[in-house]
Design a protein around this ligand. Structure first.
Ligand code: AHR
Length: 492
């Protein structure tokens, strides 16, 4: 039995909708096939973008989309991706499978996609192998409204008015694939590149510096000390890997209780990481002006057998739904510092929300979590005190429940609850203070097995259902959360 006190009148800040952001890299079948099929494709499309994927992304209310990488960003030269498509030069995507990149999906295509799905673009610039001038010109090309060489070039390519571009990253993983730099060196480079990322007209760029890998607190310390006042955001990357990253990461679909438990335990580590990096940021930025931008997170398993190891294609089960629910609860609960998060990656790569095969498309369990949790976007985080129960496995223990709660503009309270225990349900008494409760309803995502999934061959085993196990009791709600499930309650 768990107990929760939910204070409907204690608001702890706005949950930035951008916490529900996504990341799409030129990697495997994410952009090509997954999003872009070209105008001549037999797959139904709007101006070359898959109709089914565009509709699914719109429905999920995807607020912000990061592009073009990832590691790809630091070898991407944007000028290769503009102008008539048949004249664009090709390149080799050395990070991801060594395949030919024909540059058919470039700046215009990305920004058109964002307009279609109603997402803010978040572009990551090239520091590793690009020049300051190249970055400066990209910003000018996209956002300059007057007469200038780059704005004129944009007009020649069919776009009269500039785009609005808010979010811009100055490099990606510059401690690794983006140049293997020391934090001191990158901090100086950051300031140099960022200086030339200009604000033209009314466009004001929110500059995001490359932040730490996992628990590299030293990186955060140096960046905040040396460059904190020149940035609006600092990124953090952390992936959930059940096994060992460099040897056997573990299968996405074939796993037992031990892998289930370890995966969720490693996901909960996000709480410690966000808190740890936030503490350092607080030292240099007590007013919390600089956002922690968790722009890569999600599960990373061994690729599906028989697929290109460089394409990072993996299936997605109920376990991934729990991973998504836990991470999103962590970000909600830290919304004073976490201003954006981007799951890796939107389609066909890592913890994808959508998988495609030819003209077929399916929604993964992770998609459904984003769909259920979208009610938290831009809502007010509510104060929750939880007397949690424990989930023990093989002598080890983790909390059984992960929870966050918010109040939306219409006055509805939403509580998202993950039951991590794969065997036992959890009875929860929610004592609601500060408002009179009139009704409760809910949605649930669960399935028969820990590794239940949705496939092209056998259909959907994991889908959102109505949740009927919640009832009003005195001024609160009593509910029973089934094992291995994600529930979102709506309380009015
Ligand atoms: O998301 C896959 C890769 O993971 C990204 O390209 C890189 O930034 C990270 O290491």
């Amino acid at each position: 039995m768990a107990k929760m006190v939910l204070n409907a009148d204690i608001k702890k800040g706005k949950i930035n909708k951008n916490i529900y952001g996504h990341f799409s890299e030129h990697l495997g079948r994410c952009i090509y096939e997954g999003i872009w099929v070209g105008e001549d494709s037999e797959i139904p499309n709007i101006n070359g973008f898959r109709t089914d994927v565009v509709e699914a992304l719109k429905n999920m209310k995807i607020p912000v989309l990061r592009w073009p990488g990832g590691c790809f960003a630091d070898e991407y030269h944007w000028m290769d991706g503009i102008g008539p498509r048949d004249k664009r030069p090709y390149m080799i995507n050395t990070h991801w499978g060594g395949v030919v990149e024909n540059n058919h999906f470039g700046t215009h295509e990305f920004l058109e996609l964002c307009e279609m799905i109603g997402a803010e673009p978040y572009i990551c610039g090239n520091v590793g192998s690009g020049t300051v001038r190249e970055m400066q010109q990209w910003i000018e090309y996209m956002t300059f409204d007057g007469k200038s060489p780059m704005a004129d070039l944009r007009r020649e390519n069919g776009k009269e008015e500039p785009w609005g571009l808010k979010y811009f990253g100055i490099g990606n993983e510059n401690w690794g694939c983006g140049g293997n730099m020391r934090p001191e060196y990158y901090a100086d480079l950051y300031k140099r590149y960022a200086t030339y990322v200009r604000n033209f007209g009314k466009n004001v760029v929110f500059k995001i510096a490359c932040g730490p890998n996992v628990s590299d607190y030293g990186w955060t310390e140096v960046l905040m000390k040396e460059a904190g006042r020149f940035m609006q955001g600092l990124s953090l990357h952390y992936y959930t890997v059940p096994g060992e990253f460099n040897t056997v990461k573990g299968s996405a679909t074939v796993f037992g209780e031990e892998d289930w438990f370890n995966t969720l335990k490693r996901t909960l580590y996000m709480e410690e990481l966000v808190a740890g990096h936030s503490t350092i940021m607080d030292k240099y930025d007590p007013e919390k002006k600089v956002g922690l931008i968790v722009d890569e997170w999600g599960t990373w398993y061994d690729v599906e057998p028989g697929t290109n190891p460089g394409f990072l294609y993996q299936q997605n089960t109920l376990r991934d739904a729990l991973v998504a629910g836990i991470n999103l609860n962590v970000f909600n609960n830290h919304c004073d510092r976490v201003q954006m998060a981007n799951i890796a990656q939107t389609v066909n790569v890592l913890q994808a929300v959508i998988l495609t095969e030819g003209d077929k498309m399916l929604l993964t369990p992770t998609y459904h979590v984003f769909d259920m949790y979208k009610v938290h976007q831009d809502a007010q985080l509510l104060a929750v005190e939880l007397e949690n129960s424990e989930y023990t496995y093989n002598g080890d223990k983790i909390p059984q429940l992960s929870v966050s709660s918010s109040l939306d503009r219409e006055g509805k309270i939403h509580v998202s609850i993950c039951n991590l225990n794969h065997r036992e349900d959890s009875e929860i008494d929610i004592d609601i203070r500060g408002t009179a409760v009139q009704s409760v309803s809910g949605k649930i995502l669960t399935a028969e097995e820990m590794n239940s999934l949705n496939t092209f061959e056998d259909g959907n085993q994991v889908e959102i259902k109505v949740f009927n196990d919640a009832a009003i009791e005195s001024n609160g709600v009593k509910c029973r959360i089934p094992p291995k499930s994600v529930v979102v309650l709506e309380i009015v």
